[in-house]
Structures are given as C-alpha cells and as structure tokens.
Design a protein around this ligand. Structure first.
Ligand SMILES: NC(=O)C1=CN([C@@H]2O[C@H](COP(=O)(O)OP(=O)(O)OC[C@H]3O[C@@H](n4cnc5c(N)ncnc54)[C@H](O)[C@@H]3O)[C@@H](O)[C@H]2O)[C@@H](O)CC1
Ligand SMILES: Nc1ncnc2c1ncn2[C@@H]1O[C@H](COP(=O)(O)OP(=O)(O)O)[C@@H](O)[C@H]1O
Ligand SMILES: [K+]
Length: 506
C-alpha cells in the first residue's frame, strides 16, 4: 500500500470524480457508506448513545452522511455541528439539509464552550471535525472541545484522521488532537499514522478503499510504501530442489566481547534459521567455547584478544559480512571494523556497537561499500545523524544520509522504516512483545542471511524486517507479549517462511 499526501489525495479525489463522472457528493456518500458499514457490522444496532461531532468541511460532511445512515437503521444518534466558521463546504451543506429532512434529528450547533454537550464514558463518539483539510492546529473552543472529548473516557472513532492531527507534516504535541481508539481512513494510510510522535493518536486503523482512480494513484510518487505480505511474497526466492549449501551463501558475523557473546549467538541463530548455507563467527577468544557449544551449526574463528574483537581473519572470503552486535567500542573493535571494511567490496550489514563506532569515527562511513545496510534503533540513529526536531525532519535527514553514503538505513521501532535514498518502506508486522533485549540482533542475522543468499540488500532489508515481525507475531500468539524472548523470534522464522508461501485463502 502506498502512502500519499493530503495534497495528492485531494487531487486524486478531483481526478476520480471527473473520470468516473460522479459528483463529489456521490463520492462522499460512497466513502461515508463504507464508514457506516464498518460501524454497523460492529454495533449490530446496539442502542448505545452515539454522538457525532461534525466540522463544516468535507470531513464534517462524511460525519453527516454516517449520521443519516445510522439513523435509518434506528441507532440512537445525536449530531453536533462544530460550527467554527461559516465557510461550509457544498457537500457539507447538501448533507446537512438531507439530515434535517429526516426530521427525527435536530443537529445541535456548537458555537462556543457553553454549547458543549455532556459526554459520558459510555458514549460512542464519532469524530468528523477535521480530516486531511486541517491547515493549522485547532484553536480556542474547538481545541477545548477536542480536549473534552479526550478526557471523557468515551470510545472515539475518527473518520479519515484524528481531528487536529496533520497527515504529512509535524503536529505540535501541545496542540489539541483527538486521541482516537480507532481510525477509519480513506484510500491510503497517512504518514503520521506510522511515526512515533503521532502514531498514538490514531489508535488501531483500517483503510477503506473508496475507489479513487487506480491508474492515477499508481502514477503518483508515494511518500512511502507500506510493506504487505504481497510485497514480501514478490521478493521471496524459493529454494531450488537442485541446490546445495554453497548456493545459499557464506556469512561472516563479527562481534561479541566478554559478557556479550549472547548477541552473536542470537544473530547467528537467526541467520541459520533464515537459510544461509554457511555461517562463520569471528569473535574474541572468550567466546570460543560458548559458541562452539551453543551453536554447533556455526564455525568459529577467534582474533588475538581474549575479551575484545580484534583484527580480521586472514585469507577469508565470505559472501557477506555482518558486524557489531556486542562488539563494544574499544580501539581494537574499531580497528576490527576498519580492517573488515578495507578488505571487502561487498555490501555489509552494520548494527549495534558497529554503528556506535561509525558515529565516533565518521571517516569510516566512507569505507562502507555501496548498498551496505545500517540498522540503528533511534538512539544509535541520533548518534549517527545528530538530533532532529521532529519525525518528519528525522526522515529527511535519514534520506540525505542514505544518499550521501549510498547506503540503506533502517530506523527500527514499532514501525520500522527502511530508507534507500529517496525511497521509503514502512513495515507493519511485529508487536510490542518484540521490545526486548536481543530482538535487534536477531533482525541483523535475518537480513544478513538473506544478503548472502543472493537477495539485493534492499530486498533483504524489506523482506527481513517483514519476516522478523511476522516471526515475532507468531511468538506472541504462542507465548503472549510479555514472555517473548529474542530467541523465540529466531526460532519461529521457519513458520514465518511457511506463512509467507501460503496463500491467504489457505
Ligand atoms: N470529495 C472529496 O473531496 C472527499 C473528501 N472526503 C473527506 O473530506 C475531508 C477533507 O475535507 P476538507 O478539505 O473539506 O477539509 P476538512 O473537513 O478536513 O477541514 C475543513 C476545513 O476547515 C478549515 N480548517 C483547517 N484547519 C483548521 C483549524 N485548525 N481551525 C479551523 N478551521 C480549519 C480548512 O479550511 C478546511 O478546509 C477528508 O478528510 C475526508 O474526510 C471524503 O468524503 C471522500 C471524498
Ligand atoms: N513495539 C514494537 N512493535 C514492533 N516491533 C518492535 C517493537 N519494539 C521493538 N520492536 C522491534 O524489535 C527490534 C529491537 O531492536 P533493538 O532496539 O536493536 O534491540 P536490541 O538492541 O535489544 O537487539 C527492532 O527490530 C524493532 O523494530
Ligand atoms: K476526523
């Protein structure tokens, strides 16, 4: 699914109306009917008090259509017009008239704080105040109304956008924004749904296909692409019957230090569970017995130092390299990274302390082979690219950084962003149970394993992040969020690949 801006979407509305020879009112009726169906499916005519707050633009128009359709099914509906301006949109006005014609309803105009209705925690609120037309933060009594709705404890369903939230630019966190429990959004998800600063306003969300012109939408340059199972399936390369371990690549994982050998174990386990043919670990001496005992499938080479990573194995030509987990940032580890980068022309994956070493020694960034993959979490990212003022600026900085060094950069989080120059992918699989020590180490193993199996670094990153999340979701369904350990994410990778190749009907 492609993420488009408010501007692109309103242009697409216009083009679709023209091409499909329908009126904008008909498009609104269609869009709002989809919202109504979702509500009706869930409520099944339950007589809970529904309070619909409508602005005076087209988002408000949607709310009016939903109100009418709910009333036709004998729901208990009260409609409030958030009358902040007299510049009502045409489609708002015609739907306002249609609603008044029902004569079972008297929409209440809210013109100031004194008109606010009482809102009880058992109410069901439909928020149709502002949609993608928001052009400044909510102010005055409208802001107070939003605050009041938030404080009410009532369930809040937002149409298209939580009111007060911008779709594709930063929103001032001190402004008033609906804290939706659920958002039903039209045609495509919006960028702010995925950014850590704004995702909490959206609640769970669902996208409703309102039938905008597919041909036109396909031509638009998206802000980002949401990674779906379909995309992951299109990247997947099935294993051939006529193949042997040499066909699936030899990965060298370099990391670890005294007390942190577990990270290498996790990365290597994940890499082997993701199908690389051979896996060699390059580690400090203290890890030799640990890893040879724990993971017989991996081969182990050690450097000269007992506790820290040092040097780089002589006469060794793996198909790909993964550096950094548990490595520490000692001078020896820095030299180990430098030696590795000087010896390889193939894209590498750098994670964890490898990233911290790059942050402290920026000259090493120039040694990264083209299309190398960096996998920072926000803390590591900050050290690499510097502070940002908001999530949109962060994304722009990451794009520039990716362009400058010709590399692929992940921004890990609840939604992981995969940035390849101007191109952005957003991953939607995974769950909060994965916020646990070592799950990033597992991710590195998964991506690096795919890289040595002949996937391009970008495909490996997109498919790897998606599969990592699916594997975490399988672990969550078996164990619950709290009990997930990083090793469970690695352990479920096989099932995640089985799921990937299953058709959805199955
Ligand atoms: N035919 C269409 O264009 C369709 C539009 N749809 C709905 O239309 C919405 C967009 O409608 P609009 O463009 O009318 O905009 P909105 O309804 O989102 O906002 C209403 C108007 O309020 C004004 N405004 C913005 N920020 C404000 C603020 N902080 N305080 C006071 N006034 C402010 C703006 O002038 C804006 O046009 C979408 O989110 C969606 O819900 C859907 O019905 C699908 C079809
Ligand atoms: N709330 C969440 N929802 C989905 N995925 C998450 C969540 N929290 C963390 N993750 C995933 O878990 C991994 C954590 O990586 P990282 O912070 O590097 O952990 P560690 O350093 O302990 O290995 C990332 O891939 C991230 O996307
Ligand atoms: K809204």
């Amino acid at each position: 699914m492609r993420i488009l801006t408010a501007e692109q979407l309103s242009e697409a509305d216009k083009i679709s109306i023209k091409k499909q020879q329908i009126s904008s009112e008909e498009l609104m009726e269609k869009a709002a009917s989809l919202v109504f169906k979702e509500i009706h499916n869930r409520l099944q005519t339950a007589q809970i008090p529904i309070k619909i707050f409508c602005g005076i633009g087209n988002n408000g128009g949607d709310g009016l259509v939903v109100a009418r359709l709910l009333m036709e099914q004998a729901y208990s509906v009260e409609v409030f017009i958030v009358n902040y301006s007299d510049k009502r949109s045409e489609d708002f006005l015609s739907n306002f008239q249609k609603l008044k014609n029902l004569d079972r309803v008297r929409p209440v105009l809210i013109n100031s704080e004194t008109d606010f209705p009482e809102i009880k925690s058992g109410d069901f609120i439909i928020d149709a105040i502002f949609g993608i037309g928001l052009n400044r933060p909510a102010e005055g009594w409208v802001a107070k109304l939003i605050d009041r709705l938030n404080e009410s404890g009532a369930f809040k369903l937002s149409i298209d956008m939580p009111s007060g939230l911008f779709s594709d630019k930063p929103t001032d966190p001190d402004s008033s924004i609906i804290h939706a429990d659920f958002t039903l959004s039209f045609q495509t998800p919006k960028m702010s749904f995925f950014l850590p600063e704004s995702m909490d306003y959206v609640g769970d969300f669902q996208i409703l296909d309102i039938g905008l012109d597919k041909e036109y939408l396909a031509k638009l340059k998206p802000q980002a692409v949401l990674v779906s199972k379909g995309i992951a399936q299109s990247l997947y390369k099935p294993r051939r019957k006529n193949s042997h371990k040499g066909d699936y690549g030899h990965l060298l994982i370099s990391g670890g230090s005294y007390g942190k050998m577990g990270s290498v174990n996790l990365t290597a386990t994940a890499a082997l569970r993701t199908g690389c043919g051979l896996c060699t670990l390059y580690i400090p001496r203290c890890g030799y017995e640990i890893l040879q005992t724990n993971l017989p499938e991996a081969m182990v080479l050690t450097g000269d130092d007992q506790d820290f990573l040092s040097g780089y194995p002589e006469d060794f030509e793996p198909d790909g390299l993964c550096f950094g987990m548990g490595a520490g940032t000692s001078d020896k580890a820095k030299t180990a990274l430098e030696d590795m980068l000087k010896r390889t022309k193939k894209p590498v994956l750098v994670d964890a302390d490898g990233l911290n070493i790059l942050s402290e020694n920026k000259e090493l960034l120039k040694l990264l082979p083209e299309n190398s993959v960096l996998t920072p979490h926000p803390g590591e990212l900050k050290r690499l690219i510097g502070q940002w003022t908001d999530d949109f600026e962060k994304l722009e900085k990451v794009k520039k950084f990716s362009q400058k060094y010709k590399i692929i950069v992940l921004v890990k989080g609840a939604y992981t962003f995969i940035v390849n120059r101007e191109e952005v992918y957003i991953n939607n699989s995974g769950n909060p149970g994965m916020a646990t020590a070592g799950s990033g180490d597992v991710l590195s193993g998964v991506i690096a394993s795919l890289m040595v199996q002949g996937y391009s670094p970008l495909s490996a990153a997109v498919l790897g992040v998606y599969q990592h999340g699916v594997s975490g979701d399988i672990a969550a369904s078996e164990k619950g969020y709290e009990a997930i350990m990083a090793s469970d994410i690695a352990a479920n990778m096989g099932i995640a690949f089985l799921r990937l190749t299953e058709s959805d009907e199955a």
